[in-house]
Design a protein around this ligand. Structure first.
Ligand code: AMP
Length: 220
């Protein structure tokens, strides 16, 4: 059996992070932990927390660090992540979250943090055409839709445009990424944990590049 892995993917929204995290999760047989998906599930459940989260998400703002760290800490406590590992998608997004992550995962730490690099113009075009399954979070696009009209190939859920993929919210999220999350790249570089992977081209080629990079970093 392929040994597990403890991975973090960074990259602008629309860089293909969600798709690649799902693929890496299958390849290394580790849970795909997407904080955005967890929050959207809470919104659908209509809990009080979900309603609060929705306000931030609609405004294109980040939820407070302590809340996000609490959610991820709890998830990383479960048996599957403790034994096999994880691929983190959408977390950390701030230096405070990154500091907390290294503490939470200590002493084993993480194998590698990957910056999935895609130019801004490509990202904008991808976000405008992105469609996503309401139930399992699988990503599609206008150019690569599910086989049957807007019915998810994986789980049969409804494939829709995300509520927060409006032009205004997209512009705000990209600005927020530049301000809050991009500094993380240098921060992780300083810790010797960062690799940059080219996220352009066919998704299969991107996955190959990611796996090669990750395998160089994992312990034998
Ligand atoms: P995503 O699906 O990763 O683009 O996340 C959707 C939205 O959820 C973001 O725009 C934020 O409002 C919120 N969110 C997700 N992850 C985080 C995080 N690590 N810190 C703060 N807010 C988050």
């Amino acid at each position: 059996m392929i040994p597990g892995a403890r991975l973090v993917l960074l990259g602008r929204q629309g860089a293909g992070k969600g798709t690649q995290c799902a693929r890496l999760s299958r390849h290394y047989v580790v849970p795909h932990i997407s904080t955005g998906d967890m929050l959207r599930a809470a919104v659908r459940e209509g809990t009080e927390f979900g309603r609060k989260a929705e306000e931030y998400m609609h405004a294109g703002e980040l939820l407070p660090d302590d809340i996000m760290v609490g959610i991820v800490d709890e998830r990383l406590e479960s048996d599957d992540t403790r034994t096999r590992g994880f691929v983190l998608d959408g977390f950390p997004r701030t230096v405070a979250q990154a500091e907390a992550l290294l503490e939470i995962t200590s002493p084993r730490g993480i194998n590698v943090v990957i910056d999935l690099e895609v130019p801004r113009e490509v990202v904008l075009a991808r976000l405008a055409s992105r469609r996503v399954c309401n139930d399992c979070g699988t990503n599609y696009s206008v150019d690569l839709p599910p086989k049957y009209d807007m019915v998810c190939d994986v789980c049969g859920g409804d494939v829709v445009q995300r509520d927060d993929d409006t032009e205004k919210a997209i512009a705000q999220r990209l600005a927020l990424y530049d301000r809050e999350t991009e500094p993380l790249i240098e921060w992780f570089q300083g810790k010797g944990l960062l690799d940059v992977v080219d996220g352009t081209g066919h998704p299969d080629d991107v996955t190959d590049r990611l796996v090669r990079t990750i395998d160089r970093r994992r312990e034998p």
